[in-house]
Write a protein that binds this ligand. Structure first.
Ligand code: UD1
Length: 364
């Protein structure tokens, strides 16, 4: 029986881990061990997702919490090394691009435990993004690289990764979306927020480049206030962003705007219920660019670049600057939706392809 460590750390990891956990748990030849590093720890950033995605309590909780990049990355390494050495997994699976991803990949590489990276090969080309550093480092030491789309394979090959290590498996987040689609549809979050029958936009923001500087965040808030004249806005506010909105005294201004609702971060089912009925999404998230492409909902991404260009070339996503927001929202609300299609292998069967790939490596 092969023992597989699955590393879950932060909100965007949980919907990637869940389908894989369920697939490994159902397979007779392996046994998943769930490790939560504790990078995200608030109930609505973590426990709510475990419940919504039907994940059990983690087998190990490292309780690393917040800190600078060095503190968080090193904290995860110190805590996880002890568990990896004591528990001796056959494989370590890391997902996405958060600090815990690279930390656990480094532990595996140095303890000679094979590491697989799910969502490998994505590149924004922007090394000022901490996630880009995490992606490059993780991919350079992983033993098995599972990519969501062909551009991932191309980046890895260009960086010198051997072709035998790369498996194109598709987008695992779509597995979660399809597994939970009935609950998402039955949920009443959009109704409870009284937006279900109107035109509304969902906003999420948390990137340091958008929220950490006063002038930048103030400008985005002013633009959102303008946009709220065109459609209602529901803004589930990430803890990092909430802290900054208070610090810069912008929260009161947003909350005083009639057609903007600032709410706590939502669980997976609640959030997707809100997204599936929205006219558009304004975000700086990575995963939401993909979910909206799958759902065919317009996505305006407040970033200079994206590591997920297929959501632009094939999907509903566009990159914008804050000062373009009002005009782009007008365009989305007045014009027919941009023609889009679902990328290949974003079909809800990625976990099964990952399982097959891992089985092949475990029993060559
Ligand atoms: C992290 C990831 C980012 C991902 C995002 C999703 C890195 C480098 N960044 O960014 O890629 O898109 O998660 O949310 O790994 N906080 C809480 N409660 C929590 C978690 C965080 O209050 O449960 C607050 C803390 O003040 C913390 C701050 O949010 O300092 C930032 O959290 P952190 O995990 O460092 O980064 P994120 O911005 O969440």
């Amino acid at each position: 029986m092969k023992k597989i460590h699955l590393i879950a750390a932060a909100r965007p990891n949980f919907m990637k881990i869940a389908p894989l956990y369920h697939a490994l748990n159902d397979a007779a030849w392996c046994h998943p061990v769930l490790i939560h590093t504790g990078q995200h720890y608030d109930a609505n950033m973590s426990a709510a997702f475990f419940a919504d995605l039907k994940l059990p309590q983690p087998d190990y909780h490292l309780e690393v919490g917040s800190g600078s990049h060095a503190e968080q990355t090193a904290g995860v390494m110190v805590a996880y090394e002890k568990i990896a050495l004591a528990d001796q997994p056959d494989w370590i699976v890391v997902v996405g691009d958060v600090n815990s991803t690279v930390a656990c990949a480094m532990v595996g590489a140095k303890c000679w435990i094979p590491v697989a990276h799910l969502e490998a090969g994505l590149r924004s080309g922007d090394r000022r993004m901490p996630e880009e550093i995490n992606r490059i480092l993780t991919d350079s030491i992983a033993d098995l690289l599972w990519t969501p789309s062909m551009d991932g394979n191309q980046h890895l090959l260009r960086e010198g990764v051997e072709a035998e290590k790369i498996d194109l498996v598709g987008n695992i987040m779509i597995d979660s979306l399809l597994m939970r689609s009935a609950e998402i549809e039955a949920d009443t979050t959009a109704q409870q927020l009284a937006v279900a029958d109107s035109e509304y936009a969902v906003v999420t923001l948390h990137r340091p480049s958008n929220v950490d500087q006063h002038a930048v965040l103030a400008n985005i808030c002013e633009q959102l206030i303008e946009v709220s004249k065109q459609c209602q806005i529901v803004f589930p506010v990430h803890p990092r962003t909430r802290k900054k909105l208070h610090e810069f005294e912008l929260m009161a201004r947003l909350s005083a705007t009639d057609r903007i609702q600032c709410v706590q971060p939502l669980g997976y089912i609640q959030f997707m219920n809100l997204v599936t009925q929205a006219q558009l999404i304004i975000t700086d998230s990575g995963g939401i660019q993909e979910e909206t492409t799958y759902l065919g909902i317009a996505c305006l991404t407040l970033r200079d670049n994206t590591e997920r260009p297929i959501t632009i070339t094939q999907g509903t996503n566009q990159l914008i600057r804050a000062d373009q927001l009002y005009q782009r929202v007008t365009d989305v609300l007045s014009a027919p939706a941009k023609a889009s299609s679902v990328p290949e292998l974003w079909d809800g069967k990625t976990a099964m392809r990952v399982l097959a790939s891992l089985h092949q490596r475990c029993f060559p």
